[in-house]
Design a protein around this ligand. Structure first.
Ligand code: IPM
Ligand code: MG
Length: 371
């Protein structure tokens, strides 16, 4: 099969990690006889520099026409420290999510056995953690009315949700729970916020359609604590936009590095796949950033295209790189591999999966012909 993939490398380390995901998709294409046609386009600070617009129209058009979108990272310090900037790179990503209707953001969080020692949390607390965060992505305070008074002394961000927005999201989270351990936790702030009370009401009503799923409710402040105290209690976490943003960064600590967390943002027509990490400008161009989140996002992309076996092979290859320590400095400070070498290893593993004699020890020592 032939697939059109729009690639948005973005800012900072975005291009270098996305390059590894493309490398891995090319390997999958060769082994499984698929063609992935990549078309690169601009979004973020790089788009502002070239066109003055963080999301050029051409990017939106390309994304709409493609089978899937692979995105790197967004953001640049020159905008972070300038609250008066009229145009910001992040506006590009937010507008793209809205334009494409990518309302459902899926963020899997796993404690990999080989990386338990990397987490600052105690091993016995996190061992076996396997959570999927379902974050609503096109509503809430991110997209509410924003105001700044003329004298610059009063600012306002409105948070709004409709029952429809909550229900379409909750259906997907319930269905995911049915395929997993059948538990769904709604995280909200229903003791304070009207929008949260609407979430609770709508999710409670919908739960009747999913009698096999156990539902519980947590206030977000408590959830933030429970994620660290006892992350194993969670299966699917369903939450609104802002809480999901915050909790997913927090949850990344369980896996030992934010450089491992992939995500899928899905709507009715389109789907975009991206690491949850930011643009890590300090590492830009140094070939040190962890490409695994981008590679695992490519695995989610494959799943979305219905290529389950292909996605599995990528996941197994990632697992192998973790086991052998063919990993970047964020999780391997002793003997770090570069971004591109981790990508080479994973592509190489995909090409050679059948070859049980492949000597991984040699690769580890840098003796492979490929690495
Ligand atoms: C994320 C990011 C974005 C968000 C930023 C870059 C706008 O933090 O995808 O988690 O807040 O959604
Ligand atoms: Mg975030």
């Amino acid at each position: 099969m032939k697939y059109n993939i729009t690639v948005i490398p973005g800012d900072g380390i975005g291009p270098e990690v996305t390059e590894q995901a493309k490398k891995v998709l090319r390997a999958v294409g060769n082994v499984f006889d698929h063609t992935f046609l990549f078309t690169e386009t601009l979004m973020g600070a790089c788009a502002i520099d070239k066109t003055g617009n963080p999301l050029p129209d051409e990017t939106i058009e390309l994304c709409k026409k493609s089978d899937a979108i692979l995105f790197g990272a967004i953001g640049d310090p020159k905008y972070d420290n300038d609250p008066t900037a009229k145009v910001r790179p992040e506006q590009g990503l937010l507008r793209l999510r809205k334009e494409l209707g990518l309302f459902c953001n899926v963020r899997p969080v796993k404690a990999y056995d080989t990386l338990l020692h990397n987490s600052p949390l105690k091993k016995d607390r996190i061992e076996g953690t396997d959570i999927t965060i379902y974050r609503e992505l096109t509503g809430g305070i991110y997209f509410g009315i924003k105001e700044l008074s003329d004298d610059g002394k009063h600012a306002f961000d409105g948070c709004s949700y409709t029952v429809e927005e909550i229900e379409r999201m909750a259906h997907l989270a319930f269905q995911a729970a049915q395929k997993r351990r059948k538990k769904l936790t709604l995280v909200d702030k229903a003791n304070v916020l009207e929008t949260s009370r609407l979430w609770r009401k709508a999710v409670t009503a919908l739960a009747k359609q999913y009698p096999d799923v156990e539902v519980d409710f947590l206030f977000v402040d408590n959830a933030a604590m429970q994620l660290i105290l006892n992350p194993k209690q969670f299966d699917v976490i369903l939450t609104e936009n802002l809480f999901g943003d915050i909790l997913s960064d927090e949850a990344s600590v369980i896996g030992g590095s934010i450089g491992l967390l992939a995500s899928a943002s899905v709507g009715k027509e389109n789907a975009l796949f991206e690491p949850i990490h930011g643009s890590f400008p300090q590492a830009k161009g140094k070939d040190i950033a962890n490409p695994l989140a981008s590679i695992l996002s490519a695995a989610m992309l494959l799943e979305h295209l219905g290529l389950m076996q292909e996605a599995k092979v990528v996941e197994v290859a990632v697992q192998k790189s973790l086991e052998l320590g063919i990993t970047t400095e964020d999780i391997n400070s002793e003997n770090p591999f570069s971004t591109s070498k981790v990508g080479d290893f994973i592509a190489d593993y995909i090409y050679n999966q059948e070859d049980s004699d492949m000597n991984f020890q040699n690769i580890h020592m840098g003796q492979s012909t490929i690495i």
